[in-house]
Design a binder for this molecule. Structure first.
Ligand code: ADP
Ligand code: MG
Length: 386
């Protein structure tokens, strides 16, 4: 079911998924008077803790899907690996954004990259591979290093292998991923980028779009570590990033929110991947922009006017808080971080700390992005035990 009515504040929004993105979405939606119903495995999931209503159960259980979707006025999600049948069933009750087609594209790196390449957008050089011989042929054309990734189910660097020489393929178990839905592996040229940036674009059912200013991202162990806004880009490059983000959203006919991750190499921009939902790199919009990415997501799927995306400070930075900040499941002394001027704490209500698990984040706003980053780094450092 899709139509372009406005879903008025006070209506019920269904959110598939119970993580921190769903949690911050639910808070933003509740602020605007919506009733949020979360669908996730457990009532103690981060989003379930703050939602007005919760349906607990497996996302692929048809009875649970019915119970969740019945009565929702619009349905959305917080991660892209949702079973297609679940989205189809939700769509019989209410407009569901993003669509099953967008999910199919975003769930598979090969389909994703082919879609953008075929639309004339620049992507990292890639090819499907099934064997060491295929990787060698790809390297003959593009050179080493090559990054071999699973086409589906990868996140935070999971399912990725950096191949500096062909012998490095020895650790790849070619038969491990499920092959029933098409080629399971993709080779990409390892791009020697100057910086990584992302842009979050919102699009309404009527095709109205906005882009947030670009975020500059730094990863540690393949997990986002810092995001800084605005990114250090010339005005021309910043405008090209917005344009490319909007172009990508229109190419896949997205409704809702999409984050486009890009590599910047000189004056070249390449799409790395997209995520059709709020994104970790956009968390700083809560404090730094006139509208947060979560409110913008609500506005987009409800077909409301999109909010202003401009920054309301000179610079902002976000640092993720992973489970390594906890010691033997004991939280750190938060007061040490909060004593830093401009620093705000967000915790996701996760009960068990694991080293690489995203438990929360810190944001700092300031006059300058470099100063915001320095402060947020020092605030996080103050939490680390030895
Ligand atoms: P995911 O976020 O789903 O784990 P990504 O494709 O975004 O997967 O890879 C994670 C990180 O690994 C990227 O943000 C980037 O730092 C690095 N990376 C991935 N692909 C490439 C590539 N082709 N060239 C250079 N670096 C890459
Ligand atoms: Mg990524």
């Amino acid at each position: 079911m899709t139509d372009s009515r406005i879903v008025q504040p006070g209506s019920r929004i269904g959110m598939v998924g119970g993580g921190q993105l769903g949690r911050m979405f639910a808070i933003a939606a509740a602020n605007m008077g919506y009733i949020v119903r979360v669908f996730s495995a457990s009532p103690i999931d981060p989003a379930a803790q703050v939602a007005a209503e919760h349906v607990a159960g497996p996302l692929d259980d048809p009875a649970c899907v019915e119970k969740f979707a019945d009565g929702c006025d619009v349905i959305t999600l917080e991660f892209e690996n949702i079973p297609a049948d679940t989205i189809a069933a939700c769509g019989r009750h209410a407009p569901t954004y993003p669509s099953a087609d967008v999910l199919r594209t975003a769930q598979d790196r090969l389909i994703e990259k082919s879609t953008f390449r075929d639309a004339g957008l620049s992507v990292t050089p890639f090819a499907p591979v099934t064997s060491v011989a295929d990787v060698q042929a790809f390297a003959d054309e593009h050179g080493f290093p090559v990054i071999v990734k699973t086409s589906r189910d990868g996140y935070d660097g999971k399912g990725q292998f950096r191949v500096d020489q062909i012998e490095d393929c020895a650790s790849i178990d070619w038969d491990a991923p499920d092959q029933t839905n098409g080629p399971a592996w993709i080779a990409e040229k390892c791009v020697a980028f100057d910086r990584e940036v992302s842009v979050i674009v919102a699009r309404t059912p009527n095709g109205k779009t906005t882009a947030f200013p670009a975020f500059e991202n730094e990863h540690a162990n393949h997990i986002l570590d810092f995001s800084v806004c605005p990114a250090s880009l010339s005005e021309t490059m910043a405008a090209r990033v917005s344009e490319l983000g909007i172009n990508a959203a229109e190419t896949i006919n997205l409704v809702g929110l999409v984050c486009v991750e890009l590599f910047v190499c000189g004056d070249e921009l390449m799409i790395n991947e997209i995520a059709p939902r709020p994104h970790n790199s956009g968390h700083l919009t809560i404090e730094a922009c006139a509208t947060s990415q979560f409110e913008q997501h609500v506005r987009a799927i409800c077909n409301l006017p999109l909010g202003e995306t401009s920054m309301i400070c000179g610079g902002a930075a976000m640092a993720n808080l992973l489970g390594n900040v906890w010691k033997d499941q004991s939280p750190p002394m938060w007061s040490d971080a909060l004593a830093t001027p401009g620093v705000r704490l967000h915790l996701y209500g996760k009960t068990v700390a694991k080293p690489a698990r995203k438990m929360g984040h810190l944001t700092c706003v300031s006059d300058q992005p470099s100063d915001a980053k320095r402060r947020v780094r020092s605030a996080r450092d103050s939490l680390l035990h030895d």
